[in-house]
Design a protein around this ligand. Structure first.
Ligand code: B12
Length: 207
């Protein structure tokens, strides 16, 4: 049961109410990350309604658009300003999956933490991942996946990265990802929350 007014507003697809609440909370000093968490909880509720047949694809699209509108305001606050890069990280949503709102948040937070992020977008082929890792020599690649049906494509991508002899660490993330999936696909790290992904990056770049 949702209790947060902002989570409820996005789950109910109340576009104007969401915009008003985001602004109101920022004005009263709530952190942008906390606002993202509230939005994410509401989106998970919309996802459950989609699963039970209460919502259709149109509602999911609408929900994504409302989130996107909020991110326009939140993005500069999440990114902040950093003069020097700590290093490069390649990021992308795996082949077959076009969900990008979560990945974009991870990208923003990594940029805000001082990393040079090479964002490959969505539905990224293994060839594209390999090409970008080679070109940037990134010690870390982050893969986002929301569809359970895309585990195989993630596994294939990681196998191809290993077969190419690239010595990069692989971090997989998404809201259903756990250690069992991590081991199955052959990743080095897994995270459900964006903030845990940032901790992994800090760990790798401090080695
Ligand atoms: C919005 C949405 C869409 C939008 C996406 C818009 C966009 N630009 O991304 C649209 C309408 C396009 C869409 C399409 C589909 N969707 Co959809 N969608 C959602 C929904 C409601 C919200 C996702 C979201 O953006 N959440 C908000 C963000 C902020 O949260 P997040 O993505 O979880 O990301 C956070 C963490 O997971 C983490 N994270 C994410 N990636 C990474 C990566 C790294 C490295 C790290 C560290 C962390 C990390 O950090 C983020 C911030 O904390 C979810 C419901 C849900 N429970 O997630 C369903 C959901 C993911 N969709 C689902 C489905 C089935 C589909 C479709 C197949 C529907 C259809 N019949 O066509 C298509 C698939 C299209 C495709 N090929 O990818 C299912 C997946 C079920 C499954 N088991 O696979 C879900 C779970 C809904 C449901 N309960 O049934 N969807």
């Amino acid at each position: 049961m949702l209790t947060d007014a902002l989570s409820i507003a996005i789950a109910e697809l109340e576009e104007e109410q969401v915009a008003g609440l985001v602004k109101e909370r920022l004005d009263s000093g709530v952190s942008p990350l906390e606002i993202v968490n509230s939005l994410q909880q509401g989106m998970a509720e919309a996802g459950s309604r989609f699963e039970t047949g209460e919502y259709f694809l149109g509602e999911l699209i609408m929900c994504g658009e409302i989130m996107q509108d909020s991110m326009v305001i939140l993005e500069p606050l999440l990114i902040g300003s950093n003069a020097e890069y700590k290093g490069s990280i390649v990021m992308g949503t795996v082949k077959g999956d076009i969900h990008d709102l979560g990945k974009n948040i991870v990208v923003m937070l990594l940029k805000g933490s001082g990393y040079n992020v090479i964002d490959l977008g969505v539905d990224v082929s293994k060839e594209k991942f390999i090409e970008a890792i080679k070109a940037s020599n990134a010690p870390l690649v982050g893969m986002s996946v929301l569809l359970t049906g895309c585990q195989e494509s993630m596994k294939e991508t990681i196998e191809a990265i290993r077969a190419a002899g690239l010595n990069t660490k692989v971090l997989i993330g998404g809201n259903y990802i756990d250690d069992i999936i991590k081991d199955y696909v052959g990743a080095d790290y897994s995270a459900q929350a964006a903030t845990d992904g940032i901790k992994v990056a800090e760990e790798i770049f401090s080695l």
